[in-house]
Design a protein around this ligand. Sequence first.
Ligand code: ADP
Ligand code: ASP
Ligand code: MG
Length: 409
Amino acid sequence: MSVLVQKFGGTSVADKECMERVLVRVQRALEQGHKVVVVLSAMAGETNRLLTMAKEWSDRPDPAEMDVLVSTGEQTSIALFTMLCKDSGVKARSLLGHQAPITTDCAFGKARILTIDHERINTLLEHNDVLVVAGFQGADCNDRITTLGRGGSDTTAVAIAAAVKAKECEIYTDVDGVYTTDPNICSKARKRNFITYDEMLETASMGAKVLQIRSVEFAKKYNVPVHVRSTFSDSPGTLVTKEDKRMEAVMVSGIALDKDQARFTLQGVMDRPGIAAAIYTPLAEAGVVVDMIIQNTSREGVTDMTFTAQRQDLEKTLEILEKVKQEVGATDLHYDTNVCKVSVIGVGMRHHSGVAATAFNALKDENINILLISTSEIKITCLIEEKYTELAVRTLHDTFELDKGPYGG
Ligand code: ADP
Ligand code: ASP
Ligand code: MG
């Protein structure tokens, strides 16, 4: 049995006309002899509407009930789409996360998938041609509904593809692939024919929401070929795949940006063993994802500690820092939300030098001040003032000539 997983995002299932377009894609896959697992997101705007509604009801919505609420968006999509399938004679049935079952940990709002019952999915596929699965949701070991974080339907799709050993996981969206940078910000962005798992991981972790980062982690771990493509055109998309020699030849293959950032500084903390642990342990325990960390050199046994975290965790982070401030002897606590991360990414950086200097010079020429810098083997990230985001992205895109180059076609 050849199984294909096709995932459709919110704009692809926004209304009946869109869903009819989706049905055509699914029928094509059936004609090619595949059984199809269709993973759907909530209709465009629906998850945001539900999140806003929860805030109108409660100042601090209960996280477990929040997941019961926001997961209904996907439930609506799969029911409506399965009706269309049946009306056109396709043997289909819908499946909620807990019916699959997809089990997760109990981190409401950002749960991680633990297991997927592939035997049950395979059995259901023997009796149906199409399974329509609700993305973004699962259930924990107490049978409570959980959701996987924004963009989580990508992860549902790739995880199912890994579990049933699907031929490929197709991610249908509103752009026709993964671009050298966000096409909605830089008009010169170019669609790439392929991207390595590692580059895609860095791109996704830098906030390019075209694929949720956990979906790429699954794809890499289980070697699932992921094809990102448009619901609205037939052009071939971008294959997310293993690295090969042609990819190493190019230094820089993309620019990513992340506006969901805040910078925090604890000033005048004592420079002695255990200080970093005292600051970052309670943050980790509260589920705050800390990213760039800079500790200044010490003057007279005193130093400054600066880091970035997601803006959505601002209040939680400030609450914790107010508590640890005393413990680490900090004199002041500052934070800033008008910041943005811009990253230059490319597997070729492993073998080429000078990328960082070129990027810093390009930003200098535009008079853009760099607030923080961090690097990995295949990425250089600069934190800058948010108002310069678009300018920085376009400048770096031009500097590394990403609108030309042979890579990605
Ligand atoms: P869906 O609802 O289909 O899941 P998303 O909105 O989650 O779609 O993701 C697609 C969006 O990702 C695009 O509309 C685009 O604005 C954004 N994006 C950011 N960076 C990139 C990139 N490098 N390549 C393609 N799209 C990108
Ligand atoms: N509906 C969820 C969201 O908007 C999940 C998804 O679309 O992937 O984040
Ligand atoms: Mg998405």
